[in-house]
Design a protein around this ligand. Structure first.
Ligand code: MLT
Length: 252
């Protein structure tokens, strides 16, 4: 019986969307945490924290624009920059309460929203970031379901920041979720070795170099704010809403 329980509470890490198909079996039993630290899941957490009602994750900018006639704010990012013609891109600091409070948003990004849409068949799908790491860890501990940490990477390539976060979250859950997954062990080591110098460590990331070129270096610090947005962005039927608002006795 003990073996069966341990098996059900496994935690695994997917280092790239290209590897996601290898984790499709029993995906309907797992809680998937989509991770796109720079910046999609950080932006989603910030938007909900600032009062956005819902965020529709669309496949393309054109699809996002169809929501404008329904009163949605339209947000699109490709290759790190705001798509021309959109009022918002993918920088968390642009999602102020004045702009997004009480609003519905249609959002599409290069990697993060694609990974949310890939995870549709999971038991549950959440956006994870440093901004909501503690409330998310508490929820996963409480739900006692197998967990799949899904790193968005960059166009199917591995990236440092998403695996770094996966290591942070897996380390917080290590007592509750045994893991025989090498990707998780590697992520945890990356976190343990660099957790006290996160900003410096991520300056080496390919996305940090992209940001330097785009004069967006400060976005990294914005996305490293621990627990700045204690929300539970649940992705269901194409729409992200804050689950923690509907939980009465949630001990976040
Ligand atoms: C993404 O979703 O691919 C990333 O967050 C890209 C970005 O915002 O720079």
């Amino acid at each position: 019986m003990k073996g069966v329980i341990l098996q059900q509470l496994m935690l695994e890490t997917v280092l790239s969307p290209a590897l996601f198909p290898l984790h499709q079996s029993d995906i309907e039993t797992k809680i998937v945490v989509v991770i796109d630290i720079l910046r999609a899941t950080s932006t989603i957490c910030e938007a909900l924290q600032q009062g956005a009602v819902e965020i529709v994750a669309t496949a393309t900018p054109d699809e996002a624009l169809t929501y404008r006639s329904k009163g949605f704010l339209c947000a699109a990012e490709r290759d790190g920059v705001t798509v021309p013609g959109f009022e918002l891109g993918n920088a968390p600091q642009d999602y102020s309460r004045e702009l997004v409070g009480g609003k519905s948003i249609a959002l599409t990004t290069t990697n993060g929203t694609r990974c949310l849409r890939m995870s549709t068949n999971a038991h549950q799908v959440f956006a994870g970031s440093f901004l909501n790491i503690s409330v998310l860890a508490s929820y996963l501990r409480r739900e006692q379901k197998p967990v799949l940490l899904f790193c968005a990477g960059w166009k199917d390539k591995f990236n440092l920041e998403d695996t770094f976060f996966a290591g942070a979250l897996a380390s917080m859950l290590a007592k509750d979720f045994p893991s025989d997954c090498d990707a998780t062990l590697a992520a945890m080591h990356m976190w343990e070795l660099n957790k006290d110098r996160a900003a410096d460590f991520l300056k080496n990331a390919s996305h940090a170099r992209r940001f330097q070129h785009l004069q967006r270096e400060t976005d990294i610090d914005v996305c490293l704010r621990l627990d700045a947005a204690p929300v539970l962005p649940l992705f269901k039927d194409g729409i992200i809403r804050n689950l923690s608002e509907n939980m009465v006795d949630f001990d976040a």
